[in-house]
Design a protein around this ligand. Structure first.
Ligand SMILES: [Fe+2]
Length: 272
């Protein structure tokens, strides 16, 4: 038979037990969250040509409706078709992309900054879209996005040395896993049934050596408008297909999942 004080003792024991159980669950969830998250890559929207604005608006809605929480969305360049000097397209792009609910980052592509207007278009990009290089940290991973076109096309930009900036950024990551975003892949491209030269060998070799000297686990790029996988030394280079339907492509974006130190992705096509 239970006395009044026995009841109280029993209830106290149950409460302590339940609290311990809850703490354990919370602890487990935090541990998983630190090593498991999602982000999205958008590549080559080329706003200012054809129906690319409407396609971008539709994919933005699709991204907002994804069932998983996104840490961020990265646009890996060629936001516009005719460059930052095309003010109407710049504002259309900002308006469409700002409807994304997740934090958004950009790097510029060759259709955003043309060599003929390099200084003016860099200034416009920096004013509306961000820096030419950034480092962001999410959970246990460092992300570096950079404007690499000067390496791809071997031209120089005043006050911006991509290798110097990249090295500086990599040094800040302190051995953490790093994922690098840029626009033009450092490999040959293949179209019209022919291989086409990519970056000059000197830049390509230095790029590979630099990235392989740090804990870079993946490189993400766009520009080719096709799904491709290459290896830059020991590092996988994931090339994403495009948002634009140019060259008969089906508009798409990519969902990346980082889990247990590994990166995987799914390509998501436009749903009508
Ligand atoms: Fe491009």
């Amino acid at each position: 038979m239970f006395t009044n004080s026995n009841w109280k003792k029993q209830i106290l024991v149950i409460i302590i037990f339940m609290n311990l159980f809850c703490f354990q669950l919370v602890g487990q969830e935090t541990e998983v969250d630190n090593d498991h998250f999602y982000f999205v890559q958008i590549a080559d929207t080329h706003i200012g040509k054809g129906t690319n604005l409407e396609i971008t608006q539709a994919l933005v809605k699709q991204i907002n409706n994804l069932p998983m929480k996104l840490q961020f969305v990265i646009h890996t360049g060629d936001i516009t078709q005719n460059g930052m000097s095309d003010t109407v397209s710049v504002f259309n792009a900002i308006d469409a992309m700002n409807k994304l609910e997740a934090p958004l980052f950009y790097i510029p592509g060759n259709h955003d900054i043309f060599q003929e207007h390099v200084e003016e278009e860099i200034n416009i990009f920096q004013e509306y879209f961000g820096d030419l290089i950034f480092v962001k940290e999410f959970e246990e991973v460092s992300f570096i996005g950079l404007y690499s076109d000067p390496l791809a096309y071997s031209f120089s930009v005043e006050n911006y040395d991509p290798f110097l900036e990249l090295e500086k950024a990599l040094k800040t990551t302190n051995g953490k896993p790093v994922i690098v975003f840029h626009h033009i892949p450092s490999v040959e491209s293949f179209y019209n049934n022919t291989m086409h030269d990519g970056w000059e060998n000197e830049n390509r070799d230095r790029w590979e050596k630099t990235l392989n000297s740090y804990n870079v686990i993946a490189i993400l790029a766009g520009h080719f408008h096709s799904d491709e996988l290459h290896w830059i030394g020991e590092i996988p280079l994931y090339v994403s297909a495009s948002v634009t339907n140019r060259f008969g492509r089906q508009p798409s974006f990519r969902i990346y999942e980082y889990k247990n130190g590994k990166l995987s992705y799914r390509t998501q096509y436009e749903t009508k």
